[in-house]
Design a protein around this ligand. Structure first.
Ligand code: B12
Length: 223
């Protein structure tokens, strides 16, 4: 997908410096520099995500807390800038006959949307029409939009262990509204697991590329 890998790795220290720059200048320079080296935008997302993981770990470690909520905010904001810069460089599939409609959103109580946005861009670049409901989405809204758009697929994201169970409520609501089987459901986000997906009878996407593959298999299965 996209450009070549040069094999050159950036070190974590540099990535952290870029993500934690509250002026937001370093992230622009970083993205431009990596793009000029013909590095695939997905590879750049992955590099930056390693930094987010590290910040998450340093935040979680209460005994020796290295990062704080302000760091989560700054790194989140910089990652969103990176998405804006990298989005136009993601290769679009040219034979993109419309593959299907996907409603996506982060579930109620959860405002993390970086991964969900990457997933949405991945789908769009590969011929899907995406209706993005944003974050903190209520089950009624998910169901209403799926119906309104006559969507083929519903994609839900969650990054908090406390918001994952809400996905089951959405699935129940879909069943209640007679949409069971009519719309395929895929879940993802750091706090979700394959086991949980199985338990609630939906599909799991480990990352945006795996999610894309599964969405393609849903619509191809229908033809
Ligand atoms: C940035 C960040 C924030 C930012 C979010 C900004 C934004 N616009 O998203 C802000 C500051 C808002 C934030 C707030 C909070 N955060 Co926060 N945050 C993070 C951080 C550092 C990075 C998250 C991220 O974007 N990762 C990168 C993306 C690319 O990864 P991803 O979302 O998993 O997505 C990939 C895949 O999972 C997949 N994917 C994602 N969604 C979907 C959907 C589908 C359908 C598919 C197929 C695939 C898919 O594709 C993506 C790319 O491949 C993480 C640490 C971490 N390690 O993740 C903590 C983290 C998620 N946050 C955490 C916490 C605790 C909080 C707060 C409660 C902190 C507080 N005290 O206020 C609040 C909660 C707010 C709320 N109600 O939601 C914890 C959660 C712990 C837990 N077990 O629940 C984490 C893990 C940090 C930690 N280690 O403690 N946070």
């Amino acid at each position: 997908m996209g450009g070549e890998k040069t094999g050159e790795k950036v070190d974590l220290k540099k990535i952290l410096e870029v993500l934690l720059d509250f002026k937001g200048k370093k992230i622009r320079e970083f993205c431009q520099e990596r793009l000029s080296k013909n590095i695939d935008p997905y590879e750049i997302f992955n590099e930056l995500s390693l930094g987010l993981e590290e910040i998450g770990r340093g935040y979680e470690n209460k005994e020796f807390q290295r990062y704080f909520t302000s760091d989560l905010i700054v790194s989140g904001k910089n990652m969103k800038t990176a998405i804006e810069i990298l989005k136009p460089h993601i290769k679009k599939v040219e034979d993109a006959k419309r593959k299907g409609k996907v409603v996506v959103g982060t579930v109620k109580g959860d405002v993390h949307d970086i991964g969900k946005n990457i997933f949405a861009i991945t789908l769009e670049s590969n011929g899907f029409e995406v209706i993005d409901l944003g974050v903190d989405v209520d089950k009624k809204v998910f169901v209403e939009k799926v119906k309104e758009a006559n969507a083929d697929i519903l994609g839900m994201s969650a990054l908090l262990t406390t918001t994952v169970p809400y996905m089951e409520e959405v699935v129940r609501e879909l069943k209640k509204e007679g949409l069971n089987g009519k719309v395929k459901v895929i879940i993802g986000g750091r706090a979700t697991t394959e086991e949980f997906a199985k338990k609630i009878g939906v599909t799991y996407g480990k990352d945006s590329i795996d999610g894309l593959k599964k969405c393609l298999s849903f619509v191809e299965g229908e033809k």
